[in-house]
Design a protein around this ligand. Structure first.
Ligand SMILES: C[S@@+](CC[C@H](N)C(=O)[O-])C[C@H]1O[C@@H](n2cnc3c(N)ncnc32)[C@H](O)[C@@H]1O
Length: 322
């Protein structure tokens, strides 16, 4: 699959998993379907699938008005947005101006808010919107404010997306309302990828994050009330394993730059009506899949709910308890 990058940097961004999601589409004859991300963020997977013509239409939802403003403004006013990319000053004074816009989302129109969000995303450490500027306010380090702001490349990424504007639908709802009110009304040929805020440490990384009760409620909505096939990714926290214990799932490991110290496991969970690919071009997914029993990979609509714990999951649980 050719590589198309989202203009947004995202802590824990899932773009590198796009080839695996593509493999899920293929394993389920779902190439050409609608594709939904209720927690879009940088929407790295969605953009990669859309620009590679793997899905018909993408639905991007995020409860953050700032993230919504970014997506809405590049779709509605691409020329103005790209002009701002090429002309904006990369300075601390401008950074502070954008930070003020960002902090008062309701007081600004979508283009101003969307561009300020984008500016902070590209100029802040690790792309964390509430973090400090790269190089610090004194700009005395080797890396400075413009280190992640390659203007031409960013304009190219926005322009590539704009070519597909008629196939992108953006919304700004709470994910549960979106799933129940909107996604359940879409055609049967719709697949949903949920990437909610992590169970652990999300407050540091995202504008909107969840309390433990929110994760419990969401698990109920996804497993009992969402009427389209879905996959969910999460951090492999024991509580997440518990909440999705009746579903097929596997753990894998990777490391994120924004949380360098956390080399923990991640989890993918699947609705009962999806086939899980037998192998993957993504190496750390491939090794996790190797450990998955053959019977678990097949969809199991007619089977009674059973707990499937694969070997890497048992090992992770063992590691945590030792
Ligand atoms: C883990 S990030 C998604 C990252 C994305 N998959 C990517 O690759 O860039 C979670 C996103 O969910 C959004 N979010 C948090 N709570 C939400 C809610 N209740 N409804 C919808 N979106 C929410 C956050 O603003 C954040 O952008």
């Amino acid at each position: 699959m050719s590589h198309h990058r989202t203009p947004l940097r995202y802590p824990g961004g899932k773009q590198k998993l796009a080839p695996f999601v593509d493999e899920v589409l293929r394993a389920n004859n779902a190439v050409g379907w609608n594709y939904v991300e209720p927690y879009a963020g940088g929407a790295g997977v969605a953009m990669q699938l859309l620009l590679a013509d793997r899905v018909r239409r993408v639905y991007l939802n995020d409860s953050s008005r700032q993230i919504y403003a970014f997506w809405k403004s590049i779709l509605r006013q691409p020329e103005e947005f790209c002009q701002r990319i090429s002309r904006c000053s990369l300075s601390i004074a401008t950074w502070k101006k954008h930070r003020e816009v960002f902090r008062r989302p309701e007081e600004h129109d979508l283009l101003d808010l969307g561009f300020s969000t984008f500016y902070l995303n590209r100029c802040n450490r690790s792309g964390v919107l509430t973090a400090g500027v790269i190089g610090g306010l004194d700009q005395e380090s080797e890396w400075t404010i413009g280190a992640r702001f390659p203007r031409k490349e960013l304009i190219r990424r926005v322009e590539a997306i704009i070519e597909y504007a008629s196939q992108i639908v953006v919304s700004n709802q709470d994910a549960e309302q979106f799933l129940l009110g909107r996604v359940n009304t879409l055609s049967a040929e719709t697949i949903v990828y949920c990437d909610p805020p992590y169970y652990a440490r999300a407050a540091r990384l995202y504008l909107d994050h969840y309390d433990p009760d929110d994760h419990v409620r969401l698990a109920g909505v996804i497993q009992s009330r969402l009427e389209r096939p879905w996959l969910v990714s999460y951090d492999g926290h024991p509580e997440i394993l518990r909440l999705y214990s009746q579903r097929r799932r596997f753990l894998y490991s990777l490391q994120y730059s924004a949380i360098r110290a956390y080399a923990g496991s991640e989890i993918f969970v699947f609705s009962d009506d999806l086939n899980i690919p037998r192998t993957s071009d993504v190496p750390y997914i491939a090794s996790a899949l190797e450990e998955l029993p053959m019977t678990v990979a097949r969809r199991r609509r007619a089977l009674p709910a059973a707990v499937h714990v694969n070997r890497s999951e048992r090992r992770a649980a063992h590691t945590r308890s030792t």
